[in-house]
Design a protein around this ligand. Structure first.
Ligand code: 13P
Length: 238
C-alpha cells in the first residue's frame, strides 16, 4: 500500500484596501464579512486572513475583530523608515505594533507615486523587523527580489513576498497562473522558503487558479477586497 503525504500549505489571503474606507465603513465591512462568515458557516480559521486598512482605521478594526471574534488579523499599508521623532506625517513601527502584526512594504503604488526606491524599502523592512512586524514585501519583478535578497535572507522566514506585476494591478487583467507560478518558483530559489503571494486583479473567480499552484502561498487582493462578500468568496474559493 502506498501512503501519500500531502503537504498542506497555510494560505495567506490578504486584503489591501489602499486609500479607501472611513472608520465607519471599516466597521460596516467587518460586520458584513462576519455576517457572511457566520451565515455561511465558513471556516476562515484554516487560512490566514489579513486586512490592511488605512492607519486611521487600524484601532477600530482591531476592536471590531476582537468584539466579533473574527479570525482576521490587521496589517498596516506602510511604515515610517524612522523611529519616533521629528518626522511629520509618518507613522512609526511602535505605533503600528499597537494594532497590527503585519505591514505592507514597497507597494508599487508607493514606488511610483511617492518616489520610494530600494534603499527606502530596505529601511522600512528594517523598521518592521525592529518592531516585530512581519513585512509583506511587494515586488513587481525578479530584479527587485535580487536587490533586497540580503535583507530578506537575513530575516529568514519572517517575511512574506508578494509578486504583483504592474500590468495586472487594478486592470482586470490578471497574470496567467502559469507565469505567476514560474516567478514564485524563481523567487523561492533566490530566497529559499519565503512564502510568496500573487497580487493583481484577483477575484473570487480566478483565485483558485493561483492558490492551487505549488509555489504560490496566497493572494494580495486590492479592488475585489473592498466588497466584504466578494472577499469572503475569495477566502472560500482559495
Ligand atoms: P488589484 O487587486 O485591485 O489589482 O490590486 C492589487 C494590489 O495592488 C494589491 O496590493
Amino acid at each position: 500500500m502506498t501512503i501519500q503525504l500531502y503537504h498542506m500549505k497555510k494560505l495567506f489571503i490578504i486584503a489591501n484596501w489602499k486609500s479607501n474606507k472611513t472608520v465607519k465603513e471599516t466597521e460596516k465591512w467587518l460586520h458584513d464579512f462576519d455576517d457572511g462568515v457566520k451565515g455561511g458557516k465558513t471556516r476562515v480559521g484554516g487560512k490566514k486572513v489579513i486586512v490592511a486598512s488605512s492607519f486611521v482605521s487600524l484601532e477600530h478594526a482591531r476592536y471590531c475583530m476582537r468584539n466579533l471574534k473574527l479570525s482576521v488579523e490587521s496589517a498596516a499599508q506602510d511604515i515610517s523608515p524612522f523611529d519616533k521623532g521629528a518626522y511629520t506625517g509618518e507613522v512609526n513601527g511602535a505605533q503600528i505594533k499597537e494594532f497590527a502584526n503585519y505591514v505592507i512594504v514597497g507597494h508599487s503604488e508607493r514606488r511610483k507615486n511617492f518616489g520610494e526606491d530600494d534603499d527606502m524599502v530596505a529601511k522600512k523592512i528594517e523598521m518592521a523587523m525592529k518592531h516585530s512586524l512581519i513585512p509583506i514585501l511587494c515586488i513587481s519583478n525578479l530584479d527587485q527580489v535580487q536587490s533586497s535578497r540580503f535583507k530578506i535572507q537575513s530575516y529568514d522566514n519572517r517575511i512574506i513576498l508578494a509578486y504583483e506585476p504592474l500590468f495586472a494591478i487594478g486592470s482586470g487583467q490578471a497574470d496567467t497562473p502559469q507565469n505567476a507560478e514560474s516567478v514564485a518558483a524563481k523567487i523561492k530559489e533566490i530566497v529559499n522558503d519565503t512564502p510568496v503571494l500573487y497580487g493583481g486583479s484577483v477575484t473570487s473567480l480566478n483565485v483558485n487558479s493561483f492558490t492551487k499552484m505549488p509555489s504560490i502561498d496566497g493572494v494580495l487582493v486590492g479592488g475585489a477586497s473592498l466588497n466584504p462578500l466578494e472577499f469572503l468568496e475569495i477566502v472560500k474559493n482559495a
